[in-house]
Design a protein around this ligand. Structure first.
Ligand SMILES: NC(=O)C1=CN([C@@H]2O[C@H](COP(=O)(O)OP(=O)(O)OC[C@H]3O[C@@H](n4cnc5c(N)ncnc54)[C@H](OP(=O)(O)O)[C@@H]3O)[C@@H](O)[C@H]2O)C=CC1
Ligand SMILES: O=C(O)[C@@H]1CCC=N1
Length: 265
């Protein structure tokens, strides 16, 4: 029997699988996807076996990661409900879907964990929020769930009521950061840099700035102040960003993600 199973092997499933392969043997893992050619390609590339059906996948692992889009949950649940046993733990990655709502659909005896990872898990640089909710888990089970996501990067335990906030700040936000990198690079191209050089400079700057926040422990505002020479070029740029509403745009993006997640319940 495998330890960890995935139903769905798209953007998020494959990112987590890549992270897991640093901590687990391929034979400890199993997965399904909708298309056979996709499953065969992933098995060939990773050595991780795929199951013949979603039911077979759910039947053959202790921890089952639901990595399909929520609109497919009903169909998948109809396939796996019969084989899920009481000792199994289902890990949902979906925004908006509550633990109690998922248990209603899967069976009240099935323990459900919510996790909100992000795609940098692919490189072991992910950020995952995990909520255990009201169900009881042994220390060993909690440690295993942490190990799954720690193999993909950093992990924070949160209350279930905070999961939509996690979605805004780290689940969805890689998309916003890529947009920022694109825009930074466009600015460089506008003033003469080759595009490839501009992407490298923009991406390395975002990476380095993030490391400064994480590793110095300084407030982001202080780090910003350290870049702004009095009467210099940076403060002119900061002033333009304030004028064009960068901070408010980013907070509005969080509002939009949150509101959307409420409609996905
Ligand atoms: N993408 C992201 O950045 C993040 C996503 N999430 C969550 O992760 C979950 C998965 O999202 P994501 O990976 O982006 O989605 P994708 O669309 O990239 O992948 C979905 C996967 O589900 C498979 N699939 C579809 N229907 C079935 C089925 N009936 N049985 C088995 N497999 C099926 C697809 O198979 P095939 O490949 O063969 O088509 C595909 O591998 C969602 O709940 C999403 O909200 C959470 C955080 C971040
Ligand atoms: O866009 C989505 O719904 C998923 C959840 C977080 C990131 N991607």
């Amino acid at each position: 029997m495998a330890k960890i199973g995935f139903i769905g092997m798209g953007n998020m499933g494959s990112a987590i699988l890549n992270g897991l392969l640093k901590a687990y043997e391929p034979q400890e893992l199993i997965f399904t996807a909708a298309h056979t050619d996709k499953m065969e390609a992933v098995t060939k590339a990773t050595g991780v076996p795929h199951a013949s059906s979603n039911a077979a996948c759910a039947d053959s692992c202790k921890y089952l990661i639901l990595a399909v889009k929520p609109q497919y949950f009903d169909a998948v649940f109809d396939e796996i409900r019969e084989v899920l046993k009481e000792d199994r733990i289902v890990i949902s990655l979906a925004p908006g879907q509550t633990i109690s709502g998922l248990k209603e659909r899967l069976g009240d005896e099935i323990r459900v964990v919510r996790a909100m990872p992000n795609t940098p898990a692919m490189l072991g640089a992910g950020m995952t929020g995990v909520a255990f909710g009201e169900d009881s888990f042994t220390e060993e089970e909690k440690a295993e769930i942490c190990r799954i996501f720690e193999s993909c990067g950093r992990v924070e335990m949160v209350e279930e009521r905070q999961m939509e906030a996690v979605g805004c700040v780290s689940g969805c936000s890689p998309a916003f950061v890529y947009m920022f990198i694109e825009a930074l690079a466009d600015g460089g191209v506008k003033y003469g840099l080759p595009r490839k050089t501009a992407y490298e400079m923009a991406a390395q700057t975002v990476l380095g700035s993030a490391k400064m926040v994480l590793e110095t422990g300084k407030h982001p505002g202080q780090l910003k102040d350290e870049v702004c020479s009095p009467g210099g070029t940076t403060i002119a740029g900061v002033s333009a960003l304030e004028e064009w509403g960068l901070r408010n745009s980013v907070i509005k993006a969080a509002d939009a993600c949150f509101e959307k997640s409420q409609k996905m319940k």
